[in-house]
Design a protein around this ligand. Structure first.
Ligand SMILES: [Zn+2]
Length: 186
């Protein structure tokens, strides 16, 4: 039996960063007809959706063009033209990468997706969907006062730094507790 490793405060850094990005960019809820249009482009229909990367059952809607890269917004927004059905493992493995680079790479997730049948067709559909969309990233620095934006990213950096410092204190306290209980620190 394997238990989960305890959560580390610092392991939440990317969630916080994602939240900072998602909190400011537009989220346009797709309409039912937009969703069915996306699915049609991948040869699918509502109720029978498959991961566009590996062909397995889909559980998520993945942003084909990542919203976050290098701890900052890419400028792509969340809307029907940027949403594709995906399974959890592919979604997590692809993460902030460009789909072509991810699928062409050697990560475990990409290798698994490539090992499933129908890869060529899936890639063709992805290329068509990506090419047809005519989606351009928004330039956030053109839309918001730079001072306001800088203060926002500074706040994120401060929070991440605070989390690192908190983790150090947590390690120290954990060590005290383990020693007091006569448990060796692993
Ligand atoms: Zn998948």
């Amino acid at each position: 039996v394997k238990t989960r490793k305890p959560l580390r405060i610092t392991s939440r850094s990317s969630s916080i960063t994602n939240a900072f990005v998602q909190a400011i960019i537009p989220f346009v809820e797709p309409t039912d007809s937009e969703i069915s249009d996306v699915l049609t482009q991948f040869g699918q229909q509502i109720g029978m959706t498959n991961c566009v990367y590996c062909g397995g059952d889909s559980t998520d809607w993945d942003h084909l063009r990542p919203l976050v890269r290098g701890k900052r917004p890419t400028g792509y927004i969340s809307s029907a033209s940027n949403l594709v059905p995906a399974c959890g493992p592919c979604n997590q493995s692809k993460s902030g990468a460009d789909w072509r680079l991810w699928l062409g790479g050697n990560s475990t997730g990409a290798q698994k997706a490539k090992s499933k049948s129908g890869l060529k067709e899936r890639i063709e559909r992805l290329e068509k969907f990506d090419g047809d969309a005519d989606v351009n990233p928004i330039i956030i620095s053109d839309l918001v006062e730079p001072e306001k934006l800088n203060a926002y990213w500074k706040k994120l950096d401060e929070i991440i730094l605070q989390m690192k410092e908190a983790q150090k204190i947590a390690d120290d306290i954990n060590s005290d507790i383990m020693i007091s209980l006569g448990m060796s620190k692993s």
